[in-house]
Design a protein around this ligand. Structure first.
Ligand code: ADP
Ligand code: MG
Length: 310
């Protein structure tokens, strides 16, 4: 904890991992840091693994709050610490597939075929990049049509849940479902399929107002389809420590969601936004950057939830 700064008032501290000043942001410095595994992120100690696969839907109907970034970087961190993780890309934009370096041009067997054509998930899952234990079910742009094509289909909300049930998840520790920025049929499928919701909230004004709609939808899904569904994890993203506002939002979110809010807050970091264009998570792209350190810490907290009762 010594490397972390506590920046809020209130009951539980807001913890943003800090990167030491010595982190000269030059290619040589980064390469050197990556090579020697500085700042604790070189440690690859295995973390506790859940007794059975945790299916977590990463949802927030607002776009640009860090859903995909969170899915990819938590998945990569967990895989790096011994877990086997599948990311299901449920956004037609396919950003998670891009970041995980999995092909997703039209014609590639994808989540679209699983939802619309009943194709088994096992036929579309691909290993993600170079990272052992990390897999991706890619999304192609056709998935945009699935929202409409599924409308007349019987039990249209249950398509992903059924596909995951038919898939052997016994070899996996985590499934992260990366949702599109809407509360349409795709997000409904994700909420029906999961036991847990991971809610990324961007540290900005009105952040909580947008979230209420998602909470209402999750409650409807819980009552009608999925009694075990709960918001297990809230992650504050894109924190800008220079503003007072960000820390106020963080306090509000903690007051609302209590202990499900992870202590770690993800700071704004240019490295985080650069990594996807290299087909990488920030965890491998720049392991010493503040964003990578924060995501590894957040993933450690998720892994520790697995060790205790959820
Ligand atoms: P969503 O999936 O909710 O639409 P993304 O994860 O795609 O959001 O993030 C939106 C944009 O913000 C992307 O360009 C992403 O690279 C960038 N981004 C996400 N998290 C951070 C961060 N911590 N620091 C800087 N940029 C970020
Ligand atoms: Mg996204």
């Amino acid at each position: 904890m010594s490397k972390e700064g506590s920046v809020s008032r209130g009951t539980s501290p807001v913890v943003v991992p800090e990167v030491p000043q010595s982190s000269a942001d030059t290619p040589i410095a980064r390469a050197a840091e990556a090579a020697i595994g500085v700042r604790g992120i070189g440690d690859r100690e295995p973390w506790p693994r859940p007794s059975r696969c945790r299916i977590m839907t990463i949802a927030n109907q607002k776009g640009g709050v860090g859903k995909t970034t969170t899915a990819v970087n938590l998945a990569a961190s967990l895989a790096q610490h011994g877990a086997r993780v599948l990311v299901v890309d449920l956004d037609p934009q396919g950003n998670a597939s891009t970041a995980l370096d999995v092909e997703h041009h039209v014609g590639v067997p994808s989540v679209y075929n699983v939802l619309v054509d009943d194709r088994p998930l096992a036929e579309i899952v691909r290993p993600a990049g170079e990272m052992p234990g990390l897999y991706c079910a890619p999304a192609t742009i056709d998935l945009a049509g699935a929202e409409i094509e599924l409308v007349p289909v019987v039990a249209r909300e249950l398509r992903l849940a059924r596909a995951l049930r038919a898939y052997d998840t016994s070899h996996l520790d985590y499934v992260f479902v990366d949702c599109p920025p809407s509360l349409g049929l795709l997000t409904l499928n994700a909420l029906v399929a999961a036991e847990e919701v991971l809610l990324p909230i961007q540290c900005e004004y009105y952040a909580l107002e947008g979230v209420q709609q998602l909470l209402n939808t999750a409650e409807l899904v819980r009552v009608n389809f999925n009694p075990g569904l709960h918001i297990s994890t809230v992650l504050l993203t894109m924190y800008d420590g220079r503003t007072r506002l960000a820390s106020d939002v963080a306090d509000d979110v903690r007051a609302h969601f209590g202990s499900s809010v992870l202590h770690t807050i993800i700071p704004r970091s240019v490295r985080v936004s650069e990594a996807p264009s290299r087909g990488q998570s920030v965890i491998t792209y720049d392991p010493g950057s503040s964003g990578a350190v924060a995501y590894v810490e957040a993933a450690r907290e998720v892994a520790m939830q697995s060790a205790g009762a959820r």
